[in-house]
Write a protein that binds this ligand. Structure first.
Ligand SMILES: [Zn+2]
Length: 73
């Protein structure tokens, strides 16, 4: 039970999340409110480890039912 979590990649779409939280620059993710329902989609062990990327947040906010359906494929 020690799957490697790469904090640079979005746990939902496996694309680079572009998070700057681990650098000296301020990250966009600190200004964005991530919906709890979206966080709930992230596996428990990945929560707090890797940031969800901005495009996933935008897609979720645009049409959450379509987003969740796409994840289930
Ligand atoms: Zn993503």
């Amino acid at each position: 039970m020690c799957a490697k979590i790469d904090e640079n990649f979005c746990p939902l779409c496996q694309q680079e999340n572009g998070c700057m939280a681990h650098s000296d620059e301020r990250c966009w993710c600190m200004d964005v409110k991530v919906p709890q329902a979206l966080l709930d989609l992230v596996a428990e062990m990945e929560q707090g480890q890797a940031c969800i990327c901005r495009s996933c947040i935008e897609k979720f906010n645009a049409d959450r039912s379509k987003f969740i359906t796409a994840l289930g494929d």
